[in-house]
Design a protein around this ligand. Sequence first.
Ligand code: ZN
Length: 356
Amino acid sequence: LILSEIGRSPGTSRRELAERFRLVPATVGTHVRKLVEHGFIAELDAEPTRSGRPSIPLTLAPNRGILLGITLQPTRAVIVAVAVDGTVLDRASTPFDSVSADFTGLACAIHSAIERQRPRTVIAIGVTVSGVIDTTTGTVIMSTVLGWRNRAVGAPLTALTGLPVVVENDVMALANRELTFSSSVPESFLLTHLDEGVGMAIVADNTIVRGIRHGSVEFGHISRNPAGALCRCGNRGCMQTVFGWQELNDTSPDGFIPDDVDDVSDPVRTHLRDRAADLGHAVGSVSTLLGIDHVRITGRTGRYWSVFGDSLVDALTRSTVTLGSSPAVDVVPWTGDDIAAGAAGVALGAYLDSLR
Ligand SMILES: [Zn+2]
């Protein structure tokens, strides 16, 4: 957060950072000293102040570390290069076969991405996968989207690239990005990710709520209907079967969802709105349970918000009456790079933690 703030406004002083983040100056001083020692931040010439103590403007050190963020999808991987202040510098997409799970092709694409950043140095890699991740070992415990169980990802990629690799759940990485690089997020919110998978990250008091093995919370596999459609996970009626991208397409009255929102037919419109009502009730259950009244919607399917948004909000409102006021809902514009950039942010966090 300090790095992104200095990136946004070079010349910021320690005192201004403390005021900005409502931290005691000593805390900011400790963080800044560490970042200066490791060359992430440079100190400019001191400016005199009325109190007598000079104020030292801070700036990001040029060409200091670059992070790579990678998101693994069933048939391809997206690789982004991100500066320490969160700016996306480069983007590449490469074929990736999740069935063979051969990482050598991916490692070649990683090396090309590293070459493109020269003379800047890539210091760490973050990888995201949809599913339950053991972040301590870099192992994917279960990913229904990739069809993986207990697959090591961090260790083989470290062996192929020689760089530290952190593996994280995709929605957790997205929440981390919101918390790390965005200056205007509420303290508590439910980040609902609607894409190939259906996911949610719970942020309470600026902290991401973690589940088993430090991994994810599995909103997508909450079942609201035991007699519902069979889910990829083996259970029935999961939120994944209701609003997963493939599942929405497979059950569409037209056999698919058109790419262009304007091409959505009336029967498909009704289909999306019915499903969104079901989803809205499920999000509302979590909102009521936790007393969190802010919902952020992300992911590719969010592009159809003009079709189904009011249906989702209506269901959400009806299922949260005990909160006393309807949750605020906002839609985060989807760029396709957000998750990979989030992975880079996770890699930066882990890298900074390792410098003690
Ligand atoms: Zn399921």
